[in-house]
Design a protein around this ligand. Structure first.
Ligand code: G6P
Ligand code: ZN
Length: 560
């Protein structure tokens, strides 16, 4: 079919600066005339540079409201700009890890992921657009800054206004674009490539044994996000777990009205069912399938920090790592240091990077990182360049199959060996920006105070001595790029830490994140509640930041 391309005049929209993970805004913002078009044009121009003409991209998203509209816009602008081919998941559905997998497998020039991750979806909730590079990972800051610069001065789009594509049927559509040449849209099965990769990484036969005769009852919650089709195919069809062990597996454009974030607050359905005691293993994923939460019997909670450390300690149970060897570990700065202790014993390198998965990519590309994770419920490896929820669950099941232990037994043993890094995160969502910034300025002033190091802080009968206070800055060991102001850290002489950051993934206002970590080697503490153990540090954090006075918030909105 022959179609025409045209230049269309446009004017800049304000505020199209991509955050930690692409541009995230309310759906009505994206629906403004030429808002999405401008951003897509800027993304293609800056993301692909001189590779734009003739390029191939993977495109897909998590099923949220506005997905199909956004993909049709991408199709029209890609065709106009001389892109050669788009590979799109059926009905636009692709999990974030699946996009990363497919970019790498088909060696495309990159991909566009349509998601606002764990943020709610629907006509009045959030949407997002994120560009991933040819290594399969989120675009680095150099690229996202270049996208933003273009959005500030954009005056023209090149678009095929009449082009539309049916995404419901698996097939290939080819068009002749006047002045550009051939343009192809291939609609593919959303799950196949990803499942194939998982089969190369794990020993499915060994995992299957877990479900025979009901040895292990699992409960997997897709929270009506994108993972439903992946979960059904992998855990039910391939591994033989009963269909009843999967809940909320139908992707919905509003995630059933819920907040698709796998934590103790938002995955309450799963937590409550696990508390009934019928299941030995539970897991949930976020909207786009890169986050995970792991639970044991009776909803025994595995913090993401411990999940990373336990996997690090048992990596040899997984065939992929037996093949590749252990190249190194990494965590984001606010993530508790449990994995560091494993790395030390294993003699492996361990990196501390700023928040955001993109910082792991360079280390992986350089062959220095096998396994990494973040406190924000992200776990993954160098099999792709995104964190990967379904992969994390398979990794846990592979370890459980090899160790023949319960989740709780594994954790108790782990703490017995390494001690326990108690951890909690307090989120204050939807704060006004001005007081939140004022609080961060106050903390900046505090770390700059003379005599802050060595100062003693007391609460609840405990006294901590400040060993280091700074605003975290990171120099990438591979490309030497520097990222400053990545979070205010107060580190005490016993390795306890208090960290403050403003979230980079919200779509409006400010979210303050307070991270607290305390290390205990005394086994009599291991079964205690983190909230109880960390109470003195929490009190010190609230006092030093004046958080309550400045924001008027008496309690956090979410505790993880
Ligand atoms: C996304 C990124 C993660 C990051 C998280 C931080 O999920 O992919 O790598 O840890 O955002 O979010 P925040 O809201 O704390 O900036
Ligand atoms: Zn996500």
């Amino acid at each position: 079919m022959s179609i025409y391309a045209q230049k269309l005049a446009t004017t800049p929209h304000e505020g199209q600066k991509p955050g930690t993970s692409g541009l995230r805004k309310g759906v009505p913002v994206f629906q403004q005339p030429l808002y999405t078009e401008n951003f897509v044009q800027a993304t293609l121009t800056a993301g692909l540079g001189d590779k734009l003409k003739g390029s191939t991209l993977i495109v897909g998203g998590d099923g949220r409201y506005f997905l199909n509209d956004a993909i049709q816009i991408i199709i029209r602008i890609a065709a106009g700009n001389g892109v050669r081919k788009l590979i799109i998941g059926r009905q636009g559905i692709l999990s974030t890890p699946a996009v990363s997998c497919m970019i790498r497998k088909y060696k495309t020039d990159g991909g566009i992921i349509l998601t606002a991750s764990h943020n709610p979806g629907g006509p009045n909730a959030d949407f997002g657009i994120k560009f991933n590079c040819s290594n399969g990972g989120p675009a680095p800051e150099g690229v996202t800054n270049a996208i933003f610069e273009i959005t500030k001065n954009i005056s023209e789009l090149i678009i095929c206004p009449e082009l539309r594509c049916d995404l419901d049927i698996i097939s290939s559509h080819t068009f002749k674009v006047e002045g550009q040449g051939e343009f192809e849209v291939e609609v593919v099965d959303s799950v196949n490539d990803y499942v194939q990769l998982m089969k190369e990484i794990f020993d499915f036969e060994a995992i299957k044994q877990l479900f025979i005769g009901g040895r292990l009852n699992i409960l997997i919650d897709s929270m009506n996000g994108v993972t439903g089709p992946y979960v059904q195919r992998i855990f039910h069809e391939e591994l033989g777990a009963p269909a009843s062990s999967m809940i909320q597996v139908e992707p919905k454009d509003d995630f059933g009205g819920h907040h698709p974030d796998p934590n103790l607050t938002y995955a309450a359905d799963l937590v409550n069912k696990m508390k009934e005691g019928e299941h030995g293993f539970g897991a949930a994923f976020d909207g786009d399938g890169d986050r995970n939460m792991i639970l044991g019997h009776n909803a025994f909670f595995v913090t993401p920090n411990d999940s990373l450390a336990v996997l690090a300690n048992n990596l040899e149970c997984i065939p992929y790592f037996r093949k590749t060897g252990i190249k190194g570990f990494a965590r984001s700065m606010p993530t508790a240091g449990a994995v560091d202790r494993v790395a030390k014993v294993k003699g492996a390198e361990c990196f501390e990077v700023p928040t955001g998965w993109k910082f792991f990519g360079n280390l992986m590309d350089a062959g220095r990182l096998s396994l990494c994770g973040e406190e924000s419920f992200g776990t993954g490896s160098d099999h792709i360049r995104e964190k990967d929820g379904v992969w994390a669950v398979l990794a846990w099941l592979q370890v459980l199959a090899a160790k023949k232990k319960s989740v709780q037994q594994l954790l108790m043993e782990h703490w017995g060996l390494y001690g326990r890094n108690f951890f909690t995160r307090y989120d204050y969502e939807g704060c006004d920006s001005a007081p939140a910034n004022k609080m961060m300025d106050g903390l900046e002033a505090l770390i700059a105070e003379k005599g802050i190091v060595g100062r003693k802080f007391s609460a609840g009968g405990k006294t901590y001595t400040m060993a280091k206070a700074d605003n975290f800055s990171y120099t990438d060991p591979i490309d030497s790029s520097v990222s400053t102001k990545q979070g205010i850290r107060f580190i005490f002489t016993d390795d306890s830490r208090i960290i403050f950051r403003l979230s980079g993934t919200g779509s409006s206002g400010a979210t303050i994140r307070l991270y607290i970590e305390g290390y205990e080697a005394d086994s009599s503490t291991f079964e205690k509640d983190a909230q109880e153990v960390l109470k003195p540090l929490i009190q010190i954090a609230l006092e030093m930041s004046k958080l309550k006075e400045l924001t008027g918030r008496k309690a956090p909105t979410v505790i993880t």
